[in-house]
Design a protein around this ligand. Structure first.
Ligand code: HEC
Ligand code: HEC
Length: 327
């Protein structure tokens, strides 16, 4: 009876801690930020500017996002968009080089992983679309490295066409790794995934006589140069993301990736504009690299359980045989 009472008290205390005290402390220490359901229509940006009493910024953004909505209503012509896409490919190509601090990502699956509204906004004004316009004040000397696109693709119909082209021709099946590489990889390394900001780490060999792997050294130097350029461009080197899924909750990651400014005001990380599929694939990759022993664990678990079941049965039989005749 006494044991039952103690068990009851311990249980009640644990439940109160688990459902009462911990969530309360958590809510006090971490402000809860709501996501926007992966809708990119500028609502949050406009509210943010109003809350900061930046009326002119709010006005500019209201106008900007209402123009984006107008373009979204147009029917794009994918065939006509192909010619326009050639301009994108001038920067976004295989073997692209760093420009203005960052290397343009591959767009092979852009139509699959990015939201349509976001893409329209990005072509109109990459700084406002990715919500890093605070870095590019009007009349300032800094220009967004993709900024010149708005002078090349000018009419609403042109924008609608190139986005239609992306959705028709650059939207095939995408693997988690491809989604990560295209959306995050130009800034974030992933050590456990063997990725640097320059892509997959190449396999190299040491010279037999000297024991030195010169190609690996050259590669390391190239990565170091890329990272230095990134750190200049962003003010800080973006962290390695291999085990980020273990350091941060899924909710934090979702709201942060959807709109980094909402969680970390002033951050240089752009809004990435992922749609549902893009977000799911990036998360799948973060899980794959952040918890690499998961498959092994899942495979070993049942075996251990079976072992214990057999062991228990044997122990029981053994006890029975030992006590035989003692009663
Ligand atoms: C002058 C070179 C240049 C041109 C032309 C260009 N881009 Fe970019 N683009 C960049 C750079 C550089 C980045 C990376 C910017 C950053 O990370 O801050 C980028 C980023 C992107 C991204 C990723 C956005 C994100 O934050 O997730 C997409 C998508 C994209 N460009 C699409 C396009 C499309 C579509 C076109 C053609 C209509 C185009 N780009 C034309 C240089 C260019
Ligand atoms: C143009 C570069 C750039 C791209 C692209 C980018 N990030 Fe970042 N990211 C940054 C920078 C810079 C920081 C550091 C933020 C700071 O300290 O202000 C950061 C920080 C982070 C953090 C850490 C946040 C924290 O508070 O600990 C996470 C998680 C993250 N990024 C995830 C992603 C994911 C996932 C993607 C792709 C969907 C991505 N990032 C794409 C630049 C980028």
């Amino acid at each position: 009876m006494k044991e039952l009472k103690i068990l009851g008290i311990v249980t009640i205390f644990t439940l109160v801690l688990y459902w009462g005290v911990e969530p309360f402390a958590h809510s006090q220490m971490h402000k809860h930020v709501e996501g926007h359901g992966l809708v990119y229509d500028g609502t949050a940006d406009i509210e943010e500017a109003k809350a900061a009493k930046k009326e002119d910024v709010a006005k500019t953004k209201e106008k900007f996002w209402s123009e984006v909505a107008e373009v979204a209503k147009l029917k794009g012509d994918a065939a006509a968009g192909e010619a326009t896409y050639a301009m994108c490919a001038g920067c976004h190509m295989e073997g692209a080089v760093n420009m203005g601090g960052v290397t343009p990502p591959g767009l092979e699956h852009a139509g699959a992983i990015y939201d349509k509204n976001f893409l329209i906004a990005l072509i109109k004004d990459p700084a406002i679309a990715t919500n890093v316009d605070h870095k590019y004040p009007i009349g300032g000397t800094m220009a967004h490295p993709m900024g010149s696109i708005s002078t090349m693709v000018t009419t609403p119909q042109d924008i609608a066409n190139v986005v239609a082209y992306l959705e028709a021709k650059k939207a095939g099946e995408v693997t988690p790794k491809e989604a990560f590489t295209e959306a995050c990889g130009r800034c974030h390394a992933n050590r456990y995934g063997h990725l640097t900001q320059l892509g997959e780490i190449p396999k190299t060999k040491s010279n037999i006589k000297t024991g030195l792997d010169i190609d690996a050294m050259k590669y390391k130097q190239k990565v170091a140069e890329e990272q230095a350029a990134l750190a200049d461009y962003l003010g800080t080197l973006p962290p390695d993301l291999s085990i980020m899924i273990r350091a941060r909750s899924e909710h934090f990651l979702h709201t942060f990736i959807e709109n980094p400014q909402s969680t970390l005001p002033g951050t240089a990380m752009p809004r990435t504009g992922l749609n549902k599929e893009g977000m799911e694939k990036v998360f799948a990759y973060l899980e794959e690299t952040g918890d690499p022993s998961k498959p092994l664990r899942e495979e070993t678990g049942p075996k251990v359980l079976i072992f214990f079941l057999i062991f228990t049965a044997l122990a029981f039989l053994w006890k029975k045989s030992m006590w035989k005749g003692h009663h």
